[in-house]
Design a protein around this ligand. Structure first.
Ligand code: COA
Length: 327
């Protein structure tokens, strides 16, 4: 059977580091509170000159380099992002042009923090349907530009970054084993960004009030649904493949915050050694957390041929999903 196999990973994190101590000077918060409630110690912030497509392009170049292929070999580019360069065209089209991937068609997926797993699921379906040989799947975000930096409830949680994987359709046991995606639009108001679009026009009055375009979240409600959904969708992936939690070599969950990850891992009966956590270094980079984590895990030697990797994400929409793959 042919499967979509990961043959390259790459990530890019902007240089600027914003620590909890820096945040102490900006809002009424402190390092101890942030670490105790979220596990986050610092996050990266994109330079003014950097766009989401630039972060995505750098991550993609590293993934292509590891795969040892040229950009013209890519048939499809999907970018999971909610902070794209423009409302349209897709950031993926900008990345395609930056890379010179002239044989690829390109589009974005808007699924908030589940953007990468949705994109990975799309690209897997595309390859398995025989529509192409290679795909580039990217998660890239500049959340620092849609955060209310005066709101301590949200500004401590998020960061900027990008990660990418190259998929190649190959015969054998390695590759994506299954994907399971879900949405529930009834939860919209618990986690969303009003922004300026057809529903909310940029009148001078609206522009004057940041409440009209910054991220909104009801943290504890999101927390409960996130843990439940991440657990259920992870179990769904294992059950569909007749595998158990003991078979998982590495669990790479969306890095929202340490407490969500630990509560999910506990419900899944996973040990600390089975769980990859780097939220302490980058905070929540939304659609970018999983590919950044996958790239770090690979480069740390945690992913070897035959490793069973379980990914699960949850985000605004609500959206959630899991991908199980054999490395
Ligand atoms: N520093 C200090 N105090 C803070 C704070 C901060 N950065 N942010 C909130 N607080 C305060 C609140 O104002 C509240 O004070 P009050 O009791 O005087 O009103 C108190 O801490 C407790 O707030 P609460 O919201 O109940 O805290 P919590 O334990 O739920 O933790 C989150 C808050 C945001 C860390 C937690 O709800 C969470 O992780 N939610 C999920 C968020 C997430 O990951 N979203 C993305 C999903 S993809």
């Amino acid at each position: 059977m042919k499967r979509a196999r990961v043959i390259g990973t790459g990530s890019y994190l902007p240089e600027k580091i914003l620590t909890n101590f820096d945040l102490e000077k900006m809002v009424d918060t402190n390092n101890e509170w942030i670490i105790a409630r979220t596990g986050i110690e610092q996050r990266r912030i994109a330079a003014d000159s950097e766009n989401t497509s630039d972060l995505a392009t750098k991550a993609a170049e590293r993934a292509l380099e590891m795969a040892g292929i040229g950009a013209e070999e890519i048939d499809l580019i999907v970018v999971g992002t909610i902070t794209g360069d423009y409302p349209w065209p897709a950031t993926a089209c900008i990345v395609q042009n930056n890379l010179g991937a002239k044989n690829a068609y390109a589009y974005d997926v808007s699924a908030a923090c589940s953007g990468f797993v949705y994109a990975l699921s799309n690209a897997t379906d595309f390859l398995e349907a025989g529509r192409g040989q290679k795909a580039l799947v990217i998660g890239s975000e500049i959340l620092s530009r849609v955060i209310d930096w005066s709101d301590r409830n949200t500004c401590v949680l998020f960061g900027d970054g990008a990660g990418a994987v190259v998929l190649d359709l190959q015969e054998g046991e390695a590759g994506v084993l299954s994907t399971h995606m879900h949405s529930d639009g009834s939860y919209l108001e618990l986690l969303y960004q009003p922004g300026f679009s057809t529903r909310n026009l940029p009148t001078p009055e609206a522009i004057a009030d940041p409440q009209n375009y910054t991220l909104k979240m009801q943290g504890n409600e999101v927390f409960k649904v996130a843990v439940r959904s991440l657990t259920e969708v992870s179990k769904e992936a294992l059950a569909a493949n007749k595998l158990s939690h003991k078979d998982v070599d590495l669990f790479i969950p969306h890095q929202a915050n340490r407490r969500i990850l630990e509560a999910t891992a506990k419900r899944l009966k996973l040990t600390d050694e089975q769980c990859f956590i780097n939220v302490n270094k980058y905070g929540n980079t939304s659609g970018a957390t999983i590919p950044i984590a996958m790239d770090e895990a690979y480069r740390q030697g945690l992913l070897k041929e035959g490793s069973l990797v379980l990914m699960a994400a949850f985000g605004g929409g609500f959206t959630w999903g899991s991908v199980l793959l054999r490395w």
